[in-house]
Structures are given as C-alpha cells and as structure tokens.
Design a binder for this molecule. Structure first.
Ligand code: UDP
Length: 240
C-alpha cells in the first residue's frame, strides 16, 4: 500500500521475547500480542518475514557450558527455533493470518524446507513467512539467519526487536547519561565498538548494504509505525 515506507521486511524476534515474565518457554499472551502486531502490519499491506530465536528454550553455547557437545547443543538450539516458529504460525493463523514455516534443516513432517524462490512466492501471496533453524549450521545464531534471509529475499529492511529502544553510546541500564543514536553507519558501529548484532550477522548485513533498525517491540503499534516511515529506534545503514 502506498502509505508504507517499506514493502518487504524481515523482523527478528529473540526467543526471550516470547517468555514474558517466565524464565523459560512461551507465554501464550506474549506471543499473541506479537502476532497481533505482525497481523496489523500485514493487513496494512506489508510483506512480512519473521525469524525467531530459540534462547527461551536452548542455546548451544549454554548447553556446551554445561558439558554437552557444542554441535549437538546448537542442533538443539536450532530445533528450539522451529518450536517457536510453529507457535508463532499457530498464533498468526488463530488471528486469521496465513503463515508458513520454512526450516533451514530438513524437518518436513512439521514444516516446509527453506527454498528461496518458494519463500518469495509466499511473501508475494501475502503469507507471513517464518524462517526457522537459523542458517542451518552450528556456531551461528539466528541474527545471522535473519541477515542472510533478509538479503536473499530482497527485504527493504531488517528489523531487530530488542528490550532497549535503540543503540546507545554506552549501556543505558548502567549509565544515566547514555545517549541514543537515531541513525548510524555500519562503519560508525565498528569504530565505536557498538553491539548491534553478532559479528557474522553484522558482516553479512554490512557487505550487502542491508538497512537495519533496532527498536523496542513492547510499544503497541510500533511495527506499523516503523513501516509507515516513523524514525523509531536506531537505523543502521551504509551511508549516514
Ligand atoms: N543456532 C545455530 N545455528 C543457527 C541459528 C541458531 O546453531 O544458524 C542455535 C544456537 O545454539 C543458538 C540457538 O540455536 O544459540 C538459538 O538461537 P539464538 O541464540 O540466535 O536465539 P535468540 O538469542 O535470538 O533467542
């Protein structure tokens, strides 16, 4: 629709965003609210892809710290992202949305395999397309999966939802004088040593000049406002 500043976006939600006040798993009310936000943006005409993390269930690094083989731990983490993706698909369908889960690891009794052309077709047909299992390999994160898929599908913008309302010059929880940036270039993020995404994900986004917006998803209606062009959170891009 004409009033949207972005037509096709990829939204990355961390697994922790699904937990609510719990310290594990999925809070149905929380995932329901996130699904409402996504539906609102979809109904306004945006093509929406989602990547969900798995940190609310398992992270390979955490399992390895407890003594497990790292690759096995990462595979469990990837399966955790599939669980979250299925929960989000269900929440979207309960709200009348059309959604498809596509996994980077073959698990096709429960969801589709990721095939780029098919993913683009889903988006063109208005289906909310949820990319699960990150890049499908251990030692990566779903931030890397989000950057990779955003580039592959030609997304106009990668949206990274966090608990903080953007990127600051220092930790705003520890420093009352921390200053939030409205926008940054990729080079400024590196020279100021700011934490935006993990290194592999950041390198992918930077090399492909993929604009990235970091924002706080807890404000109702924020997703649609961003898609309509409001400057919420911090925009990171190739040029200032
Ligand atoms: N993971 C992986 N390869 C990927 C994506 C994820 O091995 O391409 C594993 C890894 O163990 C990771 C876990 O899945 O810790 C959950 O993903 P992530 O930590 O990115 O979730 P989030 O922090 O966003 O909830």
């Amino acid at each position: 629709m004409s009033q949207l500043a972005c037509r096709r976006v990829l939204l990355k939600l961390s697994g922790e965003a699904l937990m609510g006040d719990e310290d594990y798993g999925i809070d149905p009310k929380v995932i329901g609210r996130l699904a409402d936000e996504v539906m609102e943006a979809r109904e306004a005409g945006a093509e929406i892809a989602l990547v969900l993390g798995g940190g609310n269930i398992f992270r390979g690094a955490g399992l390895a710290a407890g003594g497990m083989d790292r690759v096995t731990g990462d595979q469990m983490g990837m399966l955790a992202t599939v669980i979250n993706a299925l929960a989000m698909q269900d929440a979207l369908e309960k709200r009348g949305g059309r959604a498809r889960v596509m996994s980077a690891i073959k698990i096709n009794d429960v969801c589709e395999d990721y095939i780029r052309r098919r993913a683009i077709r889903h988006l063109e047909k208005g289906r909310i397309t949820i990319f699960a299992a990150g890049v499908g390999a251990p030692f990566f994160t779903t931030d890397s999966g989000a950057a990779l898929r955003a580039i592959e599908i030609g997304a106009d913008l990668l949206l990274k939802a966090t608990k903080v309302d953007g990127v600051y010059d220092k930790d705003p929880k520890k420093h009352t004088d921390a200053v939030r940036f409205d926008s940054l270039t990729y080079d400024e993020v590196i020279s100021r040593d700011l934490q935006v995404m993990d290194t592999a994900a950041f390198a992918l986004a930077r090399d492909s000049d993929l604009p990235l917006r970091i924002f706080d998803m807890s404000q109702p209606g924020v997703l649609l406002k961003i898609l309509r062009g409001e400057n919420i959170g911090t925009l990171v891009r190739g040029r200032g």
